[in-house]
Design a protein around this ligand. Structure first.
Ligand code: WTA
Length: 648
């Protein structure tokens, strides 16, 4: 059994939740009076324009409604209401990769957002409910754009900068976005890179919905401008008023879409609400990171992912905190960059991904000791399971053995943390996300809906709705129901299934065991194997393909493809094929989905009905013994052949 680390006593004394008694008391309150619990929270935390009628409306489950009838604007929660007490406080501290800095106070941020909101309304005719795609680097303008949309009730959909033109086009089309906000480019590893040409390529065809592009100049490289379509932010923003009234939004009005991968088909536009989402962002910032008025909070994610949405922008700003935003990579100009930044900004809470911890551990084991990291109080991880080695290094070398590590389990669909330690209360164990937050009814169940015994893997389900849950998949409510409420039942009623497996250890701690579906997690990025397979299948020489995750020491998992080529004459051209296939992936999805390994095989293991037995392929990629019965396969010998080729 793994070691248990008690929270730092001094820290606990000042924490919002100070011990397990307080934690259990909250959990009990939520269990005894579920709606009352959320009602209290929503009244306490949200500055409503108009009160809501009902806390939870379950009449059209699983299309749950929270705080229905209430009116608010998320930017009032994040900016407007702070002006009385925090107008000169730093809202965003931004650091460019080249070391340049911008400090934006709450008042300045408020004005910037208002100017951009006015620009969107007046020059681009963006109205409540319109979709705006943001394809932006890590610059403060990304936050301005998110909040400007929220201010006027437009729905933003951020596309991560690592996605290709084809992927961007799919997302613009699916959301029927009217406008794309982008930048000329930014800096990475000390060099400029470009974004605008990707937008040009994406909008070349099939995007009639989108007639305008707004460009932030960041790296000032030469780009082409399409007259009548392209506009420069830096020039236009000067002419707009810094006053703008917030649009009163219904609690359930969508705040944003964020596309994520599922096990089948194209990416899903996860739709989040206004009130439930912002409540959850703020609540988890307060409880899970225990951020105090003078603290400096740093989440290293990209704003293109849900972690960046909730824990760089919405969460910290909703609670009136100071949030750090960093443009570049952790290894520029050297592997001490992040530790130097923590020292310089006196960062108090630091939130990152296991993959980054593993990388920095490997490349710069002794770097942290060169910096004063004593300001740190809470460390967080997210995105994938963290291995005990990386956990211990993080705990001892970054946290100096005095900071709790909050291993937060959650998903794009959950909006914010779900299962996580509370830093002042929970005794932590390396590799465990510990317990669900109060009010989150997470259970691990088997195929029949019964709780699994300790030590046995089951399906991780959330058996009651929660305020920040996904509301639907944009434009595809049936897929929403099927994807999340189709697989697991409790007491005969469909419940939310996360797609993850999990188990309880002997002490009832939750251990996340990873995806049970065909989603792989590469450096904390979620990728659907079906999407990658579809792309590879487009190559003229590919007859069949199966993609699985293969363990990787740094990335957690990497992408491994088994490929059956068409015809004899392609044998011997494998090296060129590898290059061509990766080019195809880069074009249709982006660099983040590049293949790390390809094995050309004569056939794939299939059942007699033609279904590919991916579990066998996964076992081979993991170098595990094959435990499945292979006798029912169409051609059992293919398994031994593949194993031989793999081990060659
Ligand atoms: C995985 C990221 C283990 C999980 C916020 C989940 C984790 C998927 C953890 C969601 C964790 C996230 N321990 N696994 N602490 N956190 N995951 O939507 O498989 O990008 O389903 O959201 O990441 O990824 P997503």
């Amino acid at each position: 059994m793994s070691q248990v680390f008690e929270p730092n006593r001094e820290f606990s004394r000042d924490a919002r939740i100070k011990n397990m008694c307080e934690f259990k008391e909250l959990r009990l309150q939520a269990e005894e009076d579920f709606e009352g619990y959320w009602d209290k929270m929503a009244k306490e935390k949200i500055d409503w324009f108009e009160p809501y009628d009902t806390v939870l409306d379950e009449s059209n489950a699983p299309f749950y409604k929270w705080f229905n009838g209430g009116k608010l604007n998320v930017t009032h929660q994040c900016l407007g209401r702070h002006l009385k007490t925090r107008k000169n406080k730093a809202a965003i501290i931004w650091e460019g990769e080249d070391g340049s800095k911008r400090i934006i106070t709450y008042l300045q941020l408020y004005y910037r957002v208002n100017r951009l909101a006015n620009l969107l309304k007046n020059k681009f005719n963006i109205k409540k409910g319109d979709r705006v795609v943001l394809y932006l680097p890590m610059i403060p303008e990304a936050a301005f754009a998110m909040l400007a949309c929220a201010k006027i009730g437009a729905i933003h959909s951020i596309v991560f900068g690592g996605f290709s033109a084809d992927a961007l086009r799919d997302r613009v089309q699916d959301a029927q976005a009217k406008l794309v906000i982008t930048a000329d480019g930014a800096f990475r590893r000390g060099k400029p890179y470009m974004l605008k040409p990707v937008v040009d390529e994406a909008l070349k065809e099939g995007c009639e919905c989108c007639s305008k592009v707004l460009i932030v100049q960041r790296n000032f490289e030469d780009i082409d401008y399409v007259p009548g379509r392209d506009y420069v932010y830096n020039e236009m923003i000067m002419n707009e008023s810094q006053h703008c009234d917030p649009e009163p939004m219904d609690a359930e009005d969508p705040l944003f879409l964020l596309y994520t991968s599922g096990s089948t088909g194209k990416p899903k536009g996860v739709q989040h609400s206004s009130a439930g989402y912002i409540l959850w962002a703020q609540y988890t910032m307060e409880h899970v990171f225990d951020v105090k008025e003078n603290d400096t909070f740093w989440c290293t994610a990209d704003v293109g992912w849900i972690t960046g949405h909730t824990y760089i922008v919405y969460g910290p700003l909703a609670m009136g905190a100071t949030t750090i935003m960093y443009e570049g990579v952790p290894t520029y100009p050297d592997v001490g960059r992040w530790w130097k930044m923590i020292e310089e900004h006196r960062v108090n809470q630091f939130y990152t991904a296991p993959t980054a911890i593993r990388l920095l551990h490997k490349l710069g084991q002794d770097e942290p000791a060169k910096h004063d990291l004593s300001s740190l109080k809470v460390l967080g991880t997210v995105g994938e399971p963290i291995n005990p080695d990386a956990w211990m290094w993080y705990y001892n070398e970054i946290g100096g053995g005095k900071c709790s590590i909050v291993d937060t389990w959650w998903q794009t669909e959950t909006g914010g943390h779900m299962i996580t330690p509370l830093p002042g209360a929970t005794p932590i164990k390396p590799g465990s996300a510990t317990f669900p937050l109060p009010g989150i009814m997470a259970e691990i169940i088997d195929e029949d809906g019964n709780p699994t015994p300790k030590g046995e893997k089951g399906f991780l389900c959330i058996t009651k709705p929660w305020p920040s849950m996904i509301r639907t998949i944009w434009g595809d409510p049936d897929r929403f129901v099927k994807s999340y409420f189709g697989d697991c039942k409790k007491d005969g009623k469909p419940v939310y299934f996360s797609g993850d497996g999990a188990m309880y250890d002997d002490d009832g701690y939750i251990i996340i065991t990873g995806r049970t579906d065909d989603v792989i997690n590469v450096s904390g990025h979620r990728l659907g194997t079906a999407e990658i397979e579809a792309v590879l299948g487009h190559h003229v020489n590919v007859a069949e393909v199966a993609v699985v995750g293969k363990p990787d020491a740094i990335k957690g998992e990497c992408i491994f493809a088994y490929i059956v080529l068409k015809g004899e004459d392609t044998i011997g051209e494998e090296i060129e094929m590898i290059q061509e296939l990766n080019k195809l992936i880069t074009k249709e999805i982006g660099n983040i989905a590049k293949l790390d390994g390809i094995l050309f095989v004569p056939g794939l293991p299939k059942t007699r009905s033609g279904k590919i037995m991916r579990r066998i392929l996964r076992s081979i990629a993991k170098s595990e013994a094959i435990t499945q019965d292979t006798s029912t396969l169409e051609d059992p010998s293919v398994v031994t052949t593949i194993e031989k080729l793999f081990n060659r």
